[in-house]
Design a protein around this ligand. Structure first.
Ligand code: AMP
Length: 228
């Protein structure tokens, strides 16, 4: 049982493990700011910025964007007021960062080593099935799945009516490459964060995974709203 409240929280998991879905459920309940590097990069790509143009060349082939680019992106973002408690101490939920040991080192060097790491564990076969059927709405961020959560009207987002897309990196060959990158570069973080890591079985329905994650945050001192 921990006594200090964990406010520097990191989500680790293979692509498609459900980090984004869990993050959405947690930020609402616990008032944390959600920092998804994948979302930040996709916004940069859409905006056509220099970072976006560079990142796209890596993302499209399932490779990780270079550490120096990612570290700069996150270092600037965590300085913003919405990532601070009223006493100035850090408060964030990082989703997709760090993804390599050097990224973890950079975070620690800024005094931002996590006090809780949620590892969402999902076998590779489930990831492939989830990602290849995933359809996302670029307009509102909603996620459908052709098999598990089909939209009412083919290709149309239930929430906002936007046109659903099959993300360029959610195709089979790229998914395999992203899984390889996870095994080679990100999985070592599980060892690195040994003392603050909590594993959640991500191979269950989303609401069960979220419930388990909520329970972990509560055990780490967070008083969340809602009944889960
Ligand atoms: P995600 O939406 O989190 O699966 O991220 C999509 C893609 O963005 C990844 O496959 C990487 O190419 C890139 N990316 C996101 N976060 C990072 C990171 N921390 N380090 C390097 N590349 C990243």
């Amino acid at each position: 049982m921990t006594t200090r409240t964990a406010h520097k929280i990191i989500l680790v998991g293979a692509p498609g493990a459900g980090k984004g879905t869990v993050a959405k459920g947690l930020v609402d309940r616990f008032g944390l700011t959600h920092l998804s590097t994948g979302d930040m990069l996709r916004a940069a790509v859409a905006a056509g910025s220099q970072v976006g143009l560079l990142a796209k060349t890596f993302m499209d082939r399932g490779a990780l964007v270079p550490d120096d680019v990612m570290v700069k992106l996150i270092s600037e973002r965590v300085q913003q007021p919405d990532c601070r408690n009223t006493d100035g101490s850090p408060r964030f939920l990082l989703d997709g960062f760090p993804r390599t040991l050097p990224q973890a080192d950079a975070l620690a060097a800024e005094g931002l080593a996590p006090d809780l790491v949620l590892f969402i564990d999902v076998p590779n076969e489930s990831v492939v099935r989830r990602l290849s059927g995933r359809r996302t709405c670029p307009a509102c961020g909603n996620v459908h799945h052709v098999e598990f959560a089909p939209p009412l009207k083919d290709g149309v987002c239930d929430r906002c009516g936007g046109t659903l897309v099959h993300r360029s990196d959610d195709h089979d060959a790229t998914i395999r490459k992203r899984l390889d990158a996870f095994a080679a570069q990100t999985a070592p973080l599980v060892q690195r964060y040994g003392t603050v890591i909590e594993k959640v079985d991500g191979n269950q329905p989303p609401e069960i995974v979220l419930k388990a994650a909520v329970a972990v945050l509560r055990r780490h001192g967070n008083a969340g709203e809602g009944t889960l």
